[in-house]
Ligand binder design. Structure first.
Ligand code: NAD
Length: 292
């Protein structure tokens, strides 16, 4: 059935996701700090809001897709935020990648005003958002997941309830650990192959067909070979995610010996001015180590 949805944060991911909800027949009111993406959503059949308050006024479901913990806290918990304006009974689905602890704080504050919450971060990158084939990991109450599922299946092909509040973010943190590790090792293999003078295209074709094949290899090989690091997923955001996974693992006493090293390499990429580039630019760090 048609739902009245407020969608806050219409960036690289949120923009196309909100568009898919419009296409699925929902009434989607969008808000972002920048006017351009709000106008783009309106041109696709959505509605434009000039504030969080206006977006949320009439909404049954509120979706947030903003960069990090401080933005979620501002948008949801702020004086003029979602919880100040949402009607009791509203379902708030935060799809940003943030710390599990902030998801728990948001859920507790929401419960005080009768708002239900799900943490539902995503994997699949910009292409996954544009093609509506995201993998979506959801934490929260089972009944709320069942209510949200028809909306989430308009955005992704793998939609899984992974546990209570915060569990979605924990799974996303693990996802980011795996993706960063893959990218780093793929970058090392590319520099190794190039030093040996082997044709990269042929090498990647055969690696992709064997046990070394991966979604990371399939999706990122062209960008790495062409050195086209237009984001995509910015190194700055992956640095944020490596902070989430290393802090969470520390609190749990879970060892991340290789993951911690990869987190340092992501940090070095930022320090070298690559924070605004796609995370495939981890290749540049390996090239710097190789004197290239
Ligand atoms: P983005 O920077 O492109 O988009 C974020 C949007 O939020 C921006 O348009 C920004 O203006 C808006 N925003 C920030 N603060 C706001 C506020 N107070 N009120 C309203 N709007 C506000 O980032 P993105 O790449 O779309 O990523 C969003 C989230 O999704 C992040 O948590 C990221 O880690 C996660 N993610 C990104 C990707 C990817 O490939 N880009 C993939 C999976 C998950």
């Amino acid at each position: 059935r048609t739902r009245r949805i407020a969608f806050i944060g219409l960036g690289i991911m949120g923009g196309p996701m909100a568009g898919h909800l419009v296409k699925a027949g929902h009434q989607v009111t969008g808000f972002d700090l920048f006017p351009e993406p709000v106008e783009r959503l309106a041109a696709q059949g959505g509605r434009a809001a000039a504030s969080v308050a206006e977006a949320v006024a009439d909404a049954e479901v509120v979706i947030t897709m903003v960069p990090a913990d401080p933005h979620v806290r501002a948008v949801v918990l702020g004086d003029d935020g979602v919880l100040a304006h949402a009607a009791p009974g509203t379902l708030l689905i935060d799809m940003s990648s943030i710390t599990p602890g902030t998801s728990l704080d948001v859920a507790a504050a929401a419960a005080r005003v009768g708002v239900r919450t799900l943490d539902a971060p995503v994997s699949g990158g910009e292409a996954g958002a544009v093609e509506a084939v995201l993998s979506i990991m959801v934490g929260g109450a089972a009944a709320d997941f069942v209510e949200a599922r028809p909306l989430l299946t308009a955005l992704g092909t793998t939609v899984v309830h992974v546990g209570p509040t915060g569990a979605g973010q924990t799974v996303k943190a693990a996802n980011q650990l795996v993706v960063a590790g893959h990218l780093q090792i793929l970058a090392e293999a590319l520099v190794f192959l190039r030093k040996a003078g082997v044709d990269l295209g042929s090498a990647l074709d055969v690696l992709g067909g064997g046990l070394a094949g991966s979604t990371v290899l399939t999706r990122k090989r062209a960008a790495m070979v062409a050195h086209d690091f237009t984001p995509g997923f910015r190194i700055d955001l992956h640095h944020k995610d490596m902070g989430i996974v290393t802090e969470t693992a520390r609190a749990l006493g879970a060892p991340l010996p290789v993951g911690s090293l990869v987190a340092q390499l992501v940090q070095a990429a930022r320090a070298n001015g690559d924070g605004g580039l796609d995370h495939a630019a981890l290749l540049r760090g390996v090239e710097r180590l190789a004197g290239q």
